[in-house]
Design a protein around this ligand. Structure first.
Ligand code: HEM
Ligand SMILES: [Ca+2]
Length: 666
C-alpha cells in the first residue's frame, strides 16, 4: 500500500503543520487495503493525487488590482488554483468501486443500499420550524454554494464531466461519462410510477467507466470538474469568464445589464436558453445571470436580483462621486466593493451561525478585528479549490434547512399568501409579478427556516423539479448517490481524518449518533465501513454553537479556512497591491444582509438589523434609516490613496486550523 505523501499535502495546500493532518499521515493507512472493493488493493489505486493540473497548463500572470472573472492568477504561482473549470480538491483518496471511476461499492463488493431507500428510512420529513434563524439564512447558504461550485454537467445533462490522468500527469479524457443509471425507486414507494423521469439521478456505470477512463489500471482515479470559480467572488453575479460576463454587462456607467419593468430593474432575458428554465407559457421570463442556476427557486432568484441591483446601485453612486471614471473603472470598483461587502457578510454575519464563532476564532477563520484592522495571513501555498467532500457531502447537509412553503409578507409583516416551492422551480416569473419581489424578501427575513436536522422538506424530498407531475425527484437521495458517484472516502475514513476515533464496530458510532439511527444504519448497510459520508455525517449530534456534527464541521472549517487564506483578494488584506484603505475597510464592515434588503427592494422601508435571525425583542423591525450604511465617499479618488496600508496586521503567516476536540451537544 502506498501511503499518500507530502506532495499530496502541498498540492492541496494543507500544511503538515496541521496537527490533525500530521497525525493522520504519519500513521500507516493500513485500513485502505483491507476493506475496499478487490481492485483497490492494487498499489496504484492509492497513489497520491498528482501535484499539478492535468494537463499541466502554464499561464503568465500579471498583478492586477482586480480579480479576473475566471479566477485565474489569483494565485500568482499556481495560476489555475481556484479557477473555473477545474477539479474539486480532495482531502482523502477516492473510494471508487473499481478504484478508478465506478461508483462506490460495499466493502463486500456488493452494491451499497439504494439511495432512495436510505433517504426514506434514515431521513425524516417532519416540518420543524427553526427557533432562531430565518429562511434568508438558508438562502444565503445557497448563494455561497453557487459561488463556490457547480459539478460539470450537473444542471443540463446530469452527466458528470471527469478528468482522468495517467501516472505521468497526462490527461486522457476530459469528456462526459455517457450513460444514465437510475436510482431505482422502491416498488412500494408512492413515487414509483409517478415521477416525471425514469431516473431520479444519473450516475456512471461499470461499462461507462471504460469509456471515461480507458485502460483503467495505469490511470489515476477520476476527478470531477467544477465549472465555477472556487473563490467567494460573486461569480454567480458576474459570470465565470469574459464570455459569460459580456452578455450580462451594460458597458455603460459600469453597470450590469438589466431590463426595466414596472419601475424596477430585472435580470436580462436568457434568449439563448443557457440557464435552466421550465417556462410553461411563452410569455414567462427566464433570467440570464452569472450562474445557470439563477432561476432554480424563487428565494434564490430574489437573492441574485438583490446582489445584481446592489452592483448597479454601487456603480451609480461611484459614478456620481467620480465623474471622471470610465465604464471599466466604475464596473471594476463596484464589483470589488460588492464582493467585499458580500465576503464580510459571509464571514462575519453568516458563517458564525453555521460553524460557531468560537470555532471560527480558534481556527483563525476570523479574528477579533477592530474597526480598521487588516488581516494579513494570505498564504500562497493554500489551494482554495472547493473540496469534493465539502460540496458533495458536508455543505449539502444544509438542504435540511429548506422550507417548502414560501410566505409572502407585507410591510406590516403579515402573511398575504404563500407559494409551494415545487410549483415554482425554474419559473422566475413568480418573482417579478405584482409586489412579489418585496413580499418574498420580507418573507425570507420573517419566516423561520427548517431546523438543521435529519428532516428534509417533502417539497425537495419527493417533489423536486416535478414540473406539474404528482411526484418529482428526491434531493436527499441525489445527495447520497452523488457521494458514491464522486467516490468519496467513507464516513469512517473522514472521522479518522478529522481526529475522531475510527469505529471498529457499529456500536462505536454511538459516540456521535443516536441508538435509533445506528440501528437504522445497521439494518441497511452490510458493514459499518460502508456508511456513506453524506449519511453518517448528517446523523451526528451537533457541536455546541454550530449547525453540524464534528465530521462535517471539520470539513467545513477546513474549506472556509482555505477559501479565505487562499484568496489573495480577500477584502481584509492590507497588502498594497490589493488593499482597501483603512477608512474604506471600516465602511465595508458596515455591510449587512438587512442593508442589502433595504437598498435593493422595490420598496422595502423596514427590516430587522440581523436579517438571518428571526424577529425578536432584541432584533426588532426598524426603519431602514436606522440600519448602518456603507459610506461611499471614501471612494472619492483623491481619498483612495492611504498612507496607512500595510501596518497593524492582526496575524502572521503559519496559521493552520486545528480541530481541537469539539464539544458535542448532549
Ligand atoms: C431551495 C433551496 C435549494 C434547492 C432547491 C437545492 C437544490 C439542489 C440541487 C438540485 C442540486 C444538484 C444536485 C445534484 O445533481 O448533485 C444541489 C446541489 C448542491 N446544493 Fe443545494 N439546493 C438548495 C439549497 C442549498 C443550500 C441552502 C445549501 C447549503 C447551504 C446547498 C448546498 C448545495 C451544494 C454544496 C451542492 C453541490 C454543488 C456542486 O458542487 O455541484 N443547497 N442543490
Ligand atoms: Ca466563485
Amino acid at each position: 500500500i502506498n501511503v499518500p505523501t507530502s506532495s499530496y499535502l502541498s498540492y492541496h495546500g494543507s500544511s503538515p503543520n496541521n496537527p490533525f493532518i500530521k497525525k493522520l499521515y504519519s500513521k500507516s493507512l493500513g485500513h485502505y487495503g483491507s476493506f475496499y472493493s478487490p481492485q483497490i488493493h492494487s498499489a496504484k489505486s492509492v497513489l497520491p493525487i498528482p501535484s499539478q493540473m492535468c494537463p499541466a497548463i502554464s499561464l503568465q500572470c500579471s498583478k492586477s488590482l482586480y480579480r479576473t472573472l475566471d479566477g485565474t492568477c489569483n494565485n500568482l504561482k499556481n495560476a489555475l488554483w481556484g479557477a473555473a473549470n477545474n477539479r474539486y480538491g480532495r482531502l482523502l483518496t477516492p473510494r471508487y468501486g473499481d478504484g478508478i471511476s465506478a461508483p462506490t461499492l460495499s466493502v463486500t463488493g456488493q452494491q451499497l443500499p439504494n439511495a432512495r431507500l436510505i433517504s426514506l428510512i434514515i431521513f425524516g420529513e417532519n416540518d420543524v420550524p427553526d427557533r432562531e434563524f430565518t429562511i434568508a439564512n438558508m438562502q444565503w447558504g445557497q448563494v455561497m454554494t453557487h459561488d463556490m461550485s457547480l459539478g460539470a454537467g450537473a444542471t443540463q445533462s446530469r452527466k458528470h464531466a471527469i478528468q482522468c490522468c495517467t501516472d505521468d500527469g497526462k490527461l486522457i479524457t476530459n469528456g462526459q461519462a455517457p450513460s444514465c443509471f437510475p436510482i431505482l425507486i422502491p416498488k412500494n414507494d408512492p413515487a414509483h410510477s409517478q415521477t416525471n423521469t425514469n431516473c431520479m439521478n444519473f450516475v456512471r456505470t461499470q461499462t461507462d467507466r471504460e469509456n471515461s477512463c480507458p485502460g483503467t489500471i495505469q490511470n489515476r482515479p477520476a476527478e470531477q470538474l467544477t465549472v465555477v470559480t472556487s473563490y467567494l467572488d460573486l461569480s454567480l453575479v458576474y459570470g465565470n469568464s469574459d464570455q459569460q460576463n459580456r452578455p450580462i454587462r451594460a458597458f455603460t456607467g459600469g453597470r450590469m445589464l438589466v431590463e426595466n419593468r414596472a419601475g424596477n430593474e430585472w435580470p436580462p432575458q436568457d434568449v439563448n436558453a443557457t440557464a435552466a428554465c421550465d417556462v410553461q407559457t411563452p410569455r414567462e421570463t427566464c433570467y440570464l445571470g452569472g450562474d445557470v442556476r439563477i432561476n432554480q427557486n424563487p428565494g434564490l432568484t430574489t437573492m441574485q436580483i438583490l446582489l445584481l441591483r446592489e452592483h448597479n446601485r454601487l456603480a451609480d453612486n461611484l459614478q456620481i462621486i467620480n465623474p471622471q471614471w470610465d465604464d471599466e473603472t466604475v464596473f471594476q470598483e463596484a464589483r470589488r466593493i460588492n464582493i467585499a461587502q458580500y465576503q464580510h457578510i459571509s464571514y462575519y454575519e453568516w458563517l458564525p451561525i453555521f460553524l460557531g464563532r468560537e470555532n471560527m476564532l480558534k481556527n483563525r477563520l476570523i479574528y477579533q478585528t477592530t474597526l480598521g484592522s487588516f488581516v494579513n495571513d494570505y498564504n500562497p501555498n493554500i489551494d482554495p479549490s472547493v473540496l469534493n467532500s465539502h460540496a458533495t457531502a458536508a455543505f449539502r447537509y444544509f438542504h435540511s434547512q429548506i422550507e417548502g412553503r414560501l410566505d409572502l409578507i407585507s410591510e406590516s409583516r403579515t402573511r398575504v399568501g404563500s407559494l409551494r416551492l415545487s410549483d415554482w422551480f425554474n419559473r422566475p416569473v413568480i418573482v417579478e409579478s405584482g409586489d412579489n419581489f418585496d413580499f418574498l424578501s420580507r418573507g425570507m427575513s420573517t419566516q423561520p427556516q427548517e431546523t438543521t436536522d435529519i428532516n428534509f422538506d417533502v417539497e425537495i424530498k419527493h417533489f423536486l423539479f416535478r414540473r406539474g407531475m404528482p411526484f418529482g425527484a428526491d434531493l436527499r437521495a441525489i445527495d447520497i448517490q452523488r457521494n458514491r458517484d464522486h467516490g468519496l472516502a467513507s464516513y469512517n475514513d473522514f472521522r479518522e481524518f478529522c481526529g475522531i476515533r475510527r469505529a471498529s464496530s457499529w456500536d462505536d458510532y454511538l459516540d456521535l449518533i443516536s441508538q435509533r439511527d445506528v440501528d437504522n444504519l445497521r439494518s441497511l448497510y452490510v458493514s459499518h465501513e460502508d456508511v456513506d459520508l453524506t449519511v453518517g455525517g448528517s446523523l451526528e449530534a451537533h457541536v455546541n454553537g454550530a449547525l453540524a456534527g464534528p465530521t462535517f464541521l471539520c470539513i467545513l472549517t477546513e474549506q472556509f479556512y482555505r477559501t479565505r487564506v487562499g484568496d489573495r483578494y480577500f477584502f481584509e488584506r492590507g497588502e498594497i497591491d490589493v488593499a482597501f484603505s483603512r477608512e474604506q475597510l471600516i465602511e465595508i464592515r458596515k455591510a449587512s444582509m438587512a442593508r442589502l434588503f433595504c437598498d435593493n427592494g422595490n420598496n422595502i422601508e423596514q427590516m430587522q438589523p440581523s436579517a438571518f435571525l428571526r424577529i425578536s425583542k432584541e432584533n426588532q423591525v426598524v426603519p431602514c434609516s436606522q440600519i448602518s450604511q456603507v459610506d461611499l465617499s471614501q471612494w472619492r479618488e483623491s481619498t483612495t490613496i492611504n498612507p496607512s496600508y500595510g501596518s497593524n496586521y492582526l496575524s502572521s503567516q503559519n496559521n493552520y486550523p486545528s480541530y481541537a476536540q469539539f464539544n458535542v451537544k448532549k
